[in-house]
Design a protein around this ligand. Structure first.
Ligand code: 5MM
Length: 331
């Protein structure tokens, strides 16, 4: 078995999920500011140590995604983040895209970061990373996303995935159809299927080994300004229907939460488990895991235990969801 296949198995086939703590500096600063925490390098470090150092985290989390800054930072005890995370029983990962920008001539968002990527990947692997992540985003509107935006983002995702595997890093391929809008669940399903088809074609063209890759898709949900909320059963059915086009050899599917309230993301994940699929369906949530922790911590060292308890509660709820056990009563 190749290194990537082994690592992908550890990541998504061990009955655990992935913690996305890879906010770029700008996004993290906005979130700290909103929580009343000064947006400094030291606070970004302290917050990520709060998350990664949560006691027992490895029982429900197989890997943590960081951004470039965190991968180079250290725990208070002097260990680098990758060293500490390995020792805590999890795999460290790295977000390698450099963000989504309006594409000249198109205006739609296309993710950048391919220049110099093989050299950066090699450095991240040397720093201890074992998997990578690249996110492309797609806006739904009457005439969006365009076919050109689908192709440009899909090609970049596939080129990145091929480069990651060459560096011995498992690629997490994240095509995210955004929830902003009034669109229906059916329209989200239609666009998500088109996005997946475009990505699948490019993954094959760039010879990505899907048994050594993780897909990180959005759940199929209605737009955030749609008047009705779909039930977990409706979300699960629509999502699994779209995913049926994925190859059987794919290592696994780890959903993003996309701004859903944490409890809704967990309920939807639980409903997915009632469908039989050839690949595991797990979580790679960001906000749905960390928002409660940030709200509990608010930058105060004495509230680190409260922040950790909030993260542990969300991880426990999602761990239970993967096993069809429902939300623990205390959460
Ligand atoms: C944690 O946020 C990640 C990075 O975002 P920016 O580069 O925009 O700062 C993001 O890619 C995240 O990993 C995924 O969107 C999943 O997070 P959610 O909150 O949607 O589960």
């Amino acid at each position: 078995m190749t290194v990537c296949r082994q690592l992908a198995t550890q990541l998504v086939r061990s009955g655990r999920g992935i913690l996305a703590a890879d906010e770029s500096i700008a996004t993290m600063n906005r979130r700290l500011y909103a929580a009343g925490v000064p947006a400094t390098e030291q606070n970004r470090r302290a917050y990520r140590e709060l998350l990664a150092g949560t006691p027992g985290l490895a029982e429900g989390v197989a890997g943590i995604i960081f951004c470039d800054e965190t991968l180079r930072q250290r725990f208070a005890d002097g260990r680098t983040f990758p060293e500490a995370v390995h020792q805590l029983g999890m795999l460290p990962g790295i977000k390698v895209d450099t963000g989504a920008y309006a594409c000249p001539g198109l205006g739609e968002l296309v993710t950048e970061g391919l220049d110099g990527l093989p050299a950066r990947m090699a450095e991240y692997a040397a720093l201890g990373a074992r998997f990578a992540k690249w996110r492309a985003v797609f806006v739904i509107a009457d005439d969006l996303p365009s076919g050109v935006a689908l192709w440009a983002n899909a090609q970049a995702l596939a080129r990145y995935a091929a480069a990651a595997q060459e560096a011995g890093l498992v690629p997490i391929v994240e095509p995210e159809v955004l929830t902003e809008g009034e669109h229906s669940l059916e329209r989200c399903a239609e666009i998500t299927a088109r996005v997946h088809a475009a990505v699948a074609e490019e993954l094959v063209a760039f010879r990505v080994d899907q048994a050594g890759m993780v897909l990180k898709p959005n759940m199929v949900v209605e737009g955030n300004r749609h008047p009705r909320r779909a039930t977990p059963e409706q979300v699960a059915e629509a999502t699994v229907d779209v995913l049926r086009a994925q190859p059987e050899e794919l290592a696994g599917v780890a959903f993003l939460s996309g701004g859903q309230p944490p409890e809704r993301a967990t309920a939807n994940l639980a409903a997915m488990q009632r469908h039989t699929t050839p690949w595991p369906l797990t979580f790679s949530f960001g906000r749905a895991l960390v928002d409660p922790a940030l709200a509990a911590w608010r930058g105060a060292p004495r509230r680190v235990p409260a922040g950790r308890a909030a993260l542990a509660a969300r991880v426990a709820a999602n761990w239970a969801a993967l096993r069809g056990l429902g939300e623990p009563a205390r959460v």
